[in-house]
Ligand binder design. Structure first.
Ligand code: ZN
Length: 527
């Protein structure tokens, strides 16, 4: 089949003028001007994409696909639908009315910085229901708010001590306010030493959620994603989705390090569902979140004396880096703050000097850096996966939390690219907006939705930003030989846009309409 359009952005170094691509067996056979392609492919069917512009399919190097599948089954309390606590409670009350007493009510994407006027507490949730355990998870997924019944289900009472790496929020009087942080939240949701407190949804429900998530991401032009924190059960779900056709994204998985025994049985990069779902590496967390104001920083968070929290002990980190590295797997460590990134580089450097070689490990988010840290990143050969759409999403709040000087070295795409550090675009959805065109615009303009300029010294060009979500993500994930470009032999994954994002005004990139998305030469959106 030949797809003919107004233009093709190939993302190859030549980037010669092209308006058509020929596709055979799911791969690109040729790219060029339609007249030339027709000479070599005489009897080929031509699909006219009319005014469309073809770009390589977008690749999000860090997001949460299996979690999204689950989230789509939960009550959505993100700010557009729940701009106030009253509206949030209304949404939960509606779900309570159709939920049998005793069954859990879960809500996702609560954002305390946008849903006011005050922090949600267990008491607000007790007003919604005392017959249902309720857990509301913050958009960054590092903390949540439980009602009294949910706390009781987890065995948490006023005298409980939080586990290492976790925490319970308390009010001014020292009473539990319902907040559960980090590991204490994870104990609700994920299997660990114990079963999760909240019973998982059925596989049939999750597959339904996965199909919805897939459609949502294809509609934004995404063809490949990294699911950045999965359990073996999540992998089963993704593989079942791939095999049944409910899930048509290409997915690399980063498996939580607590499941390392499971990973060890696999070869690095192993195919888990053909080559559609593959093992990307092992995931660990070293600190908290940017939006949670819990990342580990050298200078205290503004307006407090907190340096954030470290969620993995330093000796455990070193042990993990050497164990995972020795087995040849990629280690992907969540490190937002400059202190956390420095500690992680210490561990990578220690491994390199001990073994005489360095692995291409990943630093997830790698949010707050210094020129010195960027230099060390380049030396050790690690990849950086900064947030692409956080500037747009948080705008001036970033400055309020971290100060003007620090936001100038936050999501430092300019510095990372200039240093030659392999750098990929990512949304961390559901923590940030998933639309790649919005992420690209955010990296180009460094403007929040509120119009605020945030660290404009880190601006990149539209082509560099598009590269983050195509060639950059392909390079970081080890797929550079067949994804990220439209060239002979590459997979025929592409998006058809209503305008060329490299030619429109920089504040109009996010508004470029998406006309269609193809994976392996097959149209997956619209269907
Ligand atoms: Zn994440």
């Amino acid at each position: 089949v030949i797809y003919a359009a107004r233009g093709v952005v190939t993302m190859t170094s030549e980037d010669e003028p092209a308006d058509a691509i020929a596709v055979q067996d799911g791969r690109v056979a040729a790219v060029g001007m339609l007249a030339d392609l027709l000479e070599h492919h005489r009897d080929t069917e031509v699909v006219e994409l009319a005014e469309g512009v073809i770009v390589p399919g977008f690749h999000d190097a860090h997001m949460h696909l299996a979690e999204t599948a689950e989230d789509l089954l939960n009550v959505d309390v993100s700010p557009p639908g729940a701009p106030s606590l009253a509206a949030l409670e209304e949404r939960l009350r509606a779900r309570a009315q159709v939920t049998p007493p005793g069954d859990w009510i879960r809500a996702s994407r609560y954002d305390d910085s946008k849903t006011g006027p005050s922090l949600l507490t267990r008491h607000d949730l007790d007003e919604v229901s005392t017959d249902h355990p309720i857990l509301v998870v913050h958009v960054a997924s590092h903390w949540g708010i439980a009602n009294s019944l949910a706390l009781a289900a987890a065995g948490i009472d006023e005298s409980s001590e939080a586990p290492d790496g976790g925490g319970y929020g308390r009010d001014a009087a020292g009473q539990l306010n319902g907040m559960v942080l980090e590991r204490s939240l994870f104990e609700f949701l994920y299997p660990g030493e114990r079963d999760p407190v909240v019973p998982p949804s059925s596989q049939a429900d999750r597959l339904d959620g996965l199909a919805q998530a897939t459609a949502m991401f294809h509609a934004a032009g995404l063809t490949s994603v990294v699911d950045a924190f999965v359990s073996p059960e999540d992998v089963d779900l993704l593989c079942a989705g791939a095999e049944s056709g409910a899930m048509s994204l290409r997915v690399d998985v980063l498996v939580g390090h607590e499941h390392y025994d499971w990973v060890r049985e696999l070869a690095p990069g192993a195919g888990l569902a053909g080559d559609q779902v593959t093992l990307g590496g092992v995931k660990a967390f070293l600190d908290g979140a940017i939006a949670g104001r819990t990342c580990l920083v050298e200078e205290p968070i503004r307006g407090s004396d907190s340096h954030g929290i470290q969620t993995l002990a330093t000796d455990e980190l070193h042990e993990l880096v050497s164990r995972v590295g020795a087995d040849g797997h990629t280690l992907a460590v969540h490190a937002n703050g400059d202190r956390a990134i420095g500690m992680l580089l210490d561990a990578f450097e220690a491994e390199a000097s001990r073994t005489g070689r360095s692995r291409r490990h990943r630093i997830e988010h790698c949010s707050i850096v210094t020129p010195e840290l960027v230099g060390r990143l380049r030396e050790i050969g690690a990849s950086a996966i900064p947030f692409g759409s956080y500037v747009h999403y948080y705008g001036r709040q970033l400055e309020e939390w971290y100060g003007e000087e620090r936001v100038g070295r936050m999501f430092a795409h300019r510095w990372l690219l200039d240093a030659g550090v392999p750098t990929a675009g990512s949304s961390d959805y559901p923590c940030g907006p998933y639309e790649p065109l919005l992420g690209i615009q955010s990296c180009v303009t460094r403007r929040g939705a509120d119009g605020e300029l945030v660290g404009p010294n880190q601006r990149v060009s539209a082509r560099e930003a598009l590269a983050l979500y195509t060639t950059g993500a392909a390079a970081v994930t080890g797929h550079a030989h067949e994804r990220g470009r439209l060239a002979p032999g590459y997979v025929a994954d592409f998006a058809v846009l209503g305008a060329n994002p490299l030619e429109v005004a920089e504040d109009e990139i996010a508004s470029v309409p998406l006309l269609a998305t193809y994976v392996g030469g097959r149209r997956v959106w619209p269907v």
